[in-house]
Design a protein around this ligand. Structure first.
Ligand SMILES: [Zn+2]
Length: 105
């Protein structure tokens, strides 16, 4: 098992996990329980791990691609709509201020 990414917060870690799992790679998110709270966590406490070392190179390449896309979206200022609660968001929000859902990919 190898550490792939230090997430800025648990939401990012789970977003990455969901993406990599959708690509058939088994990953774990470790450390979110240590901080004992919701919201911003120290970066070194929330890591994404690739379970199978054989999948690490592919996971790393996919993550780079994924983060590039995420960064591009973060710079886009067009608004979006939160699916679960039907709330309209401004472009600078990457998750819903009302229900906490992450901006759809
Ligand atoms: Zn919402």
């Amino acid at each position: 098992m190898k550490p792939l990414h230090n997430a800025r917060h648990a939401t990012e870690a789970h977003l990455i996990r969901g993406y990599l799992e959708s690509q058939g790679i088994t990953v774990l998110v470790r450390g979110e329980f240590l901080a004992g709270g919701v919201g911003e966590l120290p970066a070194d406490l929330c890591k994404v791990w690739v379970v199978d070392d054989c999948e690490f190179a592919r996971a790393d390449a996919l993550l780079r691609y994924f983060l590039q896309g995420t960064a591009a979206r973060e710079h886009a200022h067009e608004g979006w709509r939160c699916e679960p609660c039907d709330e309209n968001m401004e472009g600078q929000f990457t998750s819903c201020w009302k229900c906490g859902s992450v901006r759809p990919v």
